[in-house]
Ligand binder design. Structure first.
Ligand SMILES: NC(=O)c1ccc[n+]([C@@H]2O[C@H](COP(=O)([O-])OP(=O)(O)OC[C@H]3O[C@@H](n4cnc5c(N)ncnc54)[C@H](OP(=O)(O)O)[C@@H]3O)[C@@H](O)[C@H]2O)c1
Length: 331
C-alpha cells in the first residue's frame, strides 16, 4: 500500500506519529515520509532514531495554511494526527484549541485538495461523540470537516476518512503513567474520581494497525471505530497496586463517567463489521459508495436502531489480570 508512496504525517513527532512511522518503515519502502510539527527539539530527537533517506522533517504549524500546503507537495497519503488534546488546557484556552484542532483541520483538507493527495485519514477520539468538553467539541468539528470534504473534491481523486478510538494505553498525561508515578513515589493510596468510571482502551500498536487498514478499507466519508475493550478505573488501580487503598476524589470538570464512540443517533447509518464499526456519512454525497462493503472486501451489516457503543455497556471488559499485564508492559 505505501511502497513507493509519499506519506505526510502531521504531529509526526507525537506518540501516535512515531509509532506509525516505525511500522511504516519496518513494513514498507515509502518514497518519502514527511514529519510535520512545531517543536524543533522533538524533531531533532526523532531524527536520531528515524534517519532513513526517505525521512523529511518539516517544521510548521497546522494553523499556517501556506506552510501546510508547501509541505504537502507531491504527497500521496496524509495522516492527520496533530492536535491539542489535554482536556483542562482546552477548557482554559478554548480559542487556542479551536485554532489548532479546527482551523488546522481545514488547512490540512485544503492542502490535500490543492496537491491532489489520494487519501487522507484524520484521527479522532471517543470524546468527540456527544462531546461535553471543548477538546471533544473541536474534534467533532474536525471530524465533520473531514467527512464533508468528500463533497468538495470537484471531481478530483482525493478521499477523506476519520478513525475514532479511545484512551491509548500509557499515552502522555493518561491515567496509567499517572498511577505508575504515584506508586513509584511511594503513595499511600490511589485517587479514584468515581468508582463507576469506565474507559475504552487501545494499545498504540493496535491504533497504528487500525489506521493503516483504514487506508485500504476507505471509500471516503467513513468514520471508522475499532472494537476495543473497556476497563474500570478501579480495576486498573487494583491491578497496578493491589495493596493500596483507593481515595475518592470526585469527577473532574469536562469528564464523563463513561465514554461513547457511537451514539444512538448515529445507529441508523452505522454498519458492524467483524472487528470494527463504520459510521457512514449522514449527508448524501454526489457519488454514492456502498459502505457495507469495504476496500478489503469485508462486509458489514446495519446495527439495530437502539444500538450505541459506550464504555460501560461494552461486551468486552479487561480483567484485573489483563490490566496487570498491560501495566507490566508500561512499567
Ligand atoms: N493519546 C490518546 O489517548 C488519544 C486517544 C484518542 C485519540 N487521540 C488522537 O490521536 C492524535 C495523536 O495523539 P498523540 O497521542 O500522538 O498526541 P501527542 O503525543 O500529544 O502528539 C501531538 C503531535 O501534534 C503536534 N502538534 C501539536 N500542535 C501542532 C500544531 N499546531 N501544528 C503542528 N503540529 C502540532 C505535536 O508536536 P509539536 O508540539 O512539536 O508541534 C506532536 O507531534 C490526536 O489527534 C489525538 O486527538 C489520542
Amino acid at each position: 500500500m505505501f511502497d513507493g508512496k509519499s506519506v505526510f504525517i502531521s504531529g509526526g513527532t507525537g506518540s501516535f506519529g512515531r509509532a506509525f512511522i516505525r511500522t511504516l518503515l519496518n513494513r514498507y519502502q515509502p518514497k518519502r515520509v514527511v514529519v510535520f510539527s512545531r517543536d524543533e527539539l522533538k524533531q531533532y530527537e526523532m531524527q536520531q532514531e528515524f534517519n532513513a533517506p526517505c525521512m523529511r522533517y518539516f517544521l510548521g504549524d497546522v494553523r499556517d495554511a501556506e506552510r501546510v500546503q508547501q509541505a504537502m507537495r507531491g504527497i500521496d497519503f496524509v495522516v492527520h494526527a496533530a492536535a491539542l488534546k489535554q482536556v483542562p488546557a482546552a477548557e482554559y484556552n478554548p480559542s487556542e484549541c479551536i485554532r489548532t484542532n479546527v482551523n488546522g483541520a481545514e488547512n490540512i483538507i485544503n492542502a490535500a485538495l490543492a496537491n491532489g493527495v489520494e487519501k487522507v485519514v484524520a484521527l479522532s477520539t471517543d470524546k468527540a461523540s456527544s462531546p461535553i468538553n471543548l477538546y471533544g467539541a473541536t474534534k467533532l468539528l474536525s471530524d465533520k470537516l473531514f467527512i464533508a470534504a468528500n463533497n468538495i473534491t470537484g471531481g478530483q481523486q482525493t478521499r477523506f476518512a476519520v478513525v475514532r478510538y479511545g484512551n491509548v494505553v500509557g499515552s502522555r498525561g493518561s491515567v496509567l503513567p499517572f498511577f505508575r508515578k504515584l506508586i513509584n513515589d511511594g503513595a499511600v493510596d490511589l485517587p479514584i474520581t468515581d468508582e463507576r468510571m469506565t474507559r475504552f482502551w487501545i494499545t498504540l500498536d493496535e491504533g497504528v494497525e487500525f489506521v493503516m487498514k483504514s487506508f485500504q478499507r476507505m471509500h471516503g466519508g467513513e468514520l471508522f471505530v475499532p472494537k476495543i475493550p473497556s476497563a474500570r478505573i478501579v480495576d486498573l488501580a487494583s491491578a497496578l497496586a493491589p495493596e493500596l487503598p483507593h481515595r475518592l476524589v470526585g469527577i473532574r470538570p469536562g469528564e464523563k463517567l463513561h465514554e461513547m464512540m457511537i451514539s444512538r443517533d448515529d445507529s441508523n447509518h452505522t454498519f458492524e463489521f467483524a472487528r470494527h464499526f463504520v459510521i457512514a456519512p449522514s449527508i448524501v454525497f454526489t457519488e454514492q459508495s456502498d459502505y457495507a462493503l469495504d476496500g478489503l472486501g469485508e462486509r458489514g451489516v446495519p446495527v439495530s436502531e437502539s444500538f450505541e457503543y459506550v464504555s460501560d455497556t461494552n461486551t468486552h471488559y479487561l480483567s484485573i489480570d489483563e490490566l496487570r499485564q498491560l501495566g507490566q508492559v508500561w512499567s
